[in-house]
Structure formats: structure tokens, C-alpha cells
Design a protein around this ligand. Structure first.
Ligand SMILES: [Zn+2]
Length: 211
């Protein structure tokens, strides 16, 4: 059993990590800094300055105005400082600390503007996808998830738990672990039972659910 029918990775969820290349809420690898899609590992054409990792649209939406305002302020202050300095020196390109600061501010402004643009680009892709998905029926979405080239697979890992908790409550995720974690193969089941006995009490393990 590989596919997780409880979670449809083709249904838009702005709070969940989304891969702009695969156009799905794929499972990921978290390297401590970035979230890499398990299907393409960030192979989608990257925008320099932005990461190739997955994005969380809800989060990007909040950051967009911040970057726009910061970009505007940096340019405004940087350019006016620079012009003032040029005016003061009568147009002689005398390098001054003042002018250096102005150039630096504009430089940060360019970087910040780039981030704003990357966020804008990501969100545009996201909203196009999300609105197309919202026009589909539940049955169409289910079929699309099944036909998708990437299928989220059950994995007894923290990354998987974190991924699943984007869509389900922690109790529901615990049920996923019970369901898939123990029925994968005998070895794993035994290992988990041993762990459980050691971790909790000397109670006998519960009988495996008959399938
Ligand atoms: Zn991907």
C-alpha cells in the first residue's frame, strides 16, 4: 500500500507546502532550512534569489507587502541620498561615504525587489493552479490525485508526520501511522511491537487488525 487515500495532494491548501514544478502538495525532505519536493528535489527552473524549495502560499502572501514596502523605502532613501550627494559635490564623482551608503541602500533595494518579484511569480502560479482545482469536482480531484505521476508514500519519519499534519489532525495522523506503519511488513510490525512493549508497559501487544 503506497498511496495515501486519506490525503489528496491535488487539493489546494494554502497552509501546506506546495511544489510549483509538480503542482501538488508533495511529500518533502526538510534539510533544516529548505523543503525539497520528494518528486523533483527542487529541479524546477529556479528563480535566482528565491529558493528552489517548496513554497507555502499563505506565508508568501503575508510576506509580499512587506517586501514591496521595504523595496520602495530602500529605493526612495537610497536614490535621494545619492542625488543629494551628487548635487552637493556639483556632479563630481567624488566617492564619499555618503554616496557609498546610497549605493548600498539601492543594492539592498534591488535584492528586496527581486524577492518581491519572486514571491509575486510564485503566488501567480499558485493562484492559477488553485482556481483551476477549485472548479473540479471531488471525483475529478480524486482521479487526478491517483493519476498524478507522484504519489505520496507512507514513511515512518518526522517529515512524513509533519507533512500529514498539514492536512489532518494529529489524532488522524496517529491513525495513519497505526494503519500503514504496522501493516507494511512483518519485520517492521515486530520492531514496533517490541518498541511499544519497552516504551510503555509489559502489556501484550494488541491484536493486529484483520484486513
Ligand atoms: Zn516537485
Amino acid at each position: 500500500m503506497k498511496n495515501i487515500p486519506e490525503i489528496n495532494h491535488c487539493i489546494p491548501n494554502p497552509r501546506a507546502y506546495w511544489c510549483p514544478f509538480c503542482k501538488a502538495h508533495n511529500t518533502y525532505d526538510f534539510d533544516g532550512e529548505s523543503y525539497f519536493c520528494n518528486a523533483c528535489y527542487g529541479a524546477w527552473p529556479s528563480i535566482p534569489g528565491s529558493s528552489t524549495s517548496m513554497i507555502r502560499p499563505g506565508q508568501q502572501l503575508r510576506w509580499k507587502p512587506v517586501f514591496i514596502v521595504v523595496t520602495g523605502l530602500l529605493f526612495l532613501v537610497g536614490v535621494s541620498l545619492g542625488l543629494e550627494d551628487l548635487y552637493r559635490t556639483g556632479g563630481n564623482w567624488n566617492y564619499s561615504t555618503f554616496f557609498g551608503i546610497a549605493v548600498m541602500l539601492v543594492g539592498f533595494g534591488v535584492f528586496s525587489g527581486f524577492c518581491a518579484w519572486a514571491i509575486h511569480h510564485n503566488l501567480k502560479q499558485w493562484s492559477a493552479w488553485a482556481s483551476a482545482q477549485r472548479r473540479k469536482s471531488p471525483e475529478e480531484l480524486r482521479q487526478e490525485a491517483l493519476d498524478h505521476p507522484f504519489q505520496p508514500e507512507y514513511d515512518n519519519s518526522e517529515d512524513f508526520t509533519e507533512w500529514a499534519e498539514q492536512f489532518l489532525s494529529s489524532e488522524e495522523v496517529e491513525q495513519l501511522h497505526e494503519k500503514y506503519g504496522e501493516s507494511e511488513d512483518g519485520e517492521k510490525r515486530e520492531a514496533r511491537i517490541v518498541l511499544r512493549v519497552e516504551g510503555e508497559s509489559q502489556e501484550p501487544p494488541p491484536p493486529a487488525p484483520g484486513e
